[in-house]
Ligand binder design. Structure first.
Ligand code: EPU
Length: 434
């Protein structure tokens, strides 16, 4: 429940990157023993991945952002449907398990709110490394002796496929080249962890990554990079409210295109070491077009928050979504708050300068959920956000961090239910009551 109108200002610490931590937890499966990860965000997806590695037989401790993963007891190689459908990133255990144990059985991920998300690149890559890949009864079964290095040219620089194949290739015999590899900072982070485990990898962060397989890896210790998506979300929170927010604990370089788009809109941006500050007056923001692309292009995960900012700017912006087909699903909810946005295929035209007014809205997915919270911060009156369990999958203490910047936001109902039945706190009228 948000009451709009507060200007957000102050500094906020960025948590560890969700999309790095999840893969590092999977990578820990590659070596027998205890790996230690620092700066792990305490979010639902991390808890789900913990459940999964524990289900496989690992022992995990987690406190104050430090996680230990003891893989000595790993005996199962099966990722059950219940966990995979809850979190698609569960499929990232496939590469490590088949590389170390010669076997992985993983439930096929089903439908997803972002549209059909296939795993064909993961599977064809594993086949090229010599694995036998079959599917039956809703599971993918991957078997191999020692994998054999190969040259794999990805049709598209898929983040997940690049990661799965790297984690498979590190223990393969001979050299693997992943061409048209994803270049996301989270890939570089994964490669650093793998190298500290004893892997031999060159070219991380470029589109051609070379891996020379080794016979075994050792457990290692690693600190997760800051979450560039969370950082971007808080910078927008400062900018849309006419406030002044500084995020601490992220590499500004990971946000290059995003920050240049903020500047093009008229937001003031200052970079300082591992801190970025954004401030400005929404009355002077102007429309800007952007298109999502694999890194270093504009991150699809910041598309929805950016649309909220553009709906405050004067003029019409064209937003093109090139990564996921269904990522404009939240637009209807934003329109309920008064935004003027038209979607046609993978383009959205955002007619800015409209005043938003509070209403009850529902989160369709994680990033869209965060975007709706941003919209609530500027909408006049109260906005009730339902299905906030999506947000808790990926943002650590989101409401508390927003409150620390001055936002008037309260968690008022169970966030895990699809029918949260969120109740207004005393004095706050629910949508139905208004
Ligand atoms: N694709 C295929 N075949 C494949 C793999 C991918 O067609 O075998 C397609 C997908 O359907 C999609 C596109 O390729 O249209 C990009 O998918 P990619 O594999 O790059 O994404 P991902 O690994 O499934 C990760 C993040 C996403 C983020 C994308 C793009 C994790 C756990 N997820 O997904 O994060 O949007 O990369 O950067 O790392 C989020 O955090 O909210 C989120 C969705």
């Amino acid at each position: 429940m948000i009451r709009g109108g507060a200007r957000l200002s102050g500094q906020v610490a960025v948590s560890g990157a969700k999309n790095s931590a999840l893969k590092l937890m999977a990578a820990a499966l590659l070596a027998p023993g205890v790996s230690i990860l620092h700066n792990v965000p305490d979010i639902q997806d991390v808890r789900t991945m913990r459940e999964l590695v524990e289900h496989l037989g690992a022992r995990v401790t987690f406190s104050d952002g430090t996680m230990t993963i003891d893989t000595v007891g790993v005996q199962s190689h099966v990722a059950p449907y219940e966990l995979v459908q809850r979190m698609r990133a569960s499929i990232q255990i496939m590469g490590p398990l088949v590389a170390r144990f010669g076997h992985a059985r993983v439930a096929m991920p089903g439908g997803c709110n972002l549209g059909p998300r296939k795993i064909d690149f993961h599977l064809s890559g594993l086949r090229q490394l010599g694995a036998d890949v079959r599917s039956d009864h809703g599971f993918v079964e991957v078997r191999a002796g020692r994998l054999r290095g190969s040259t794999i040219v990805l049709d598209y620089p898929s983040v997940g496929a690049t990661e799965n194949l790297l984690m498979a290739a590190v223990l393969a015999e001979g050299e693997t080249v992943v061409d048209n590899a994803a270049r996301e900072p989270e890939i570089v982070d994964l490669c650093k962890f793998l190298v500290s485990m004893g892997a031999i990898i060159e070219g991380a962060g470029t589109s051609e990554i070379t891996v020379r397989g080794v016979l075994a890896l050792q457990p290692a210790e690693h600190t997760v990079i800051g979450d560039r998506i969370e950082a971007g979300t808080f910078l927008i929170a400062g900018a849309i409210t006419g406030g002044d927010v500084e995020v601490d604990g992220v590499s500004p370089h990971h946000l290059d295109i995003f920050l240049s788009k903020l500047r093009a809109i008229g937001v003031q941006v200052q970079e300082n070491g591992r801190r970025v500050r954004a401030w400005g007056d929404p009355a002077y923001y102007s429309a800007t077009d952007f298109a999502t692309l694999p890194y270093p292009g504009f991150a699809t995960d910041l598309q929805a928050p950016m649309i909220v900012l553009l709906s405050m700017a004067q003029g019409s912006s064209i937003v093109t979504e090139n990564v996921f087909v269904n990522r404009f699903g939240f637009v209807d909810e934003l329109v309920r708050l008064g935004a003027d946005i038209k979607v046609s295929g993978h383009h959205a035209v955002v007619n800015g300068g409209r005043a938003l007014t509070g209403a009850t809205v529902r989160c369709p997915d994680l990033r869209a959920g965060a975007a709706l919270v941003l919209a609530g911060l500027v909408a006049q009156g109260y906005t009730e956000i339902r299905d906030t369990f999506h947000i808790h999958r990926g943002y650590e203490r989101f409401d508390a961090k927003l409150r620390s910047l001055g936002a008037d936001v309260e968690r008022v109902g169970p966030s895990h239910s699809h029918n949260s039945g969120a109740r207004a706190p005393l004095g706050i009228a629910s949508d139905a009551e208004r």
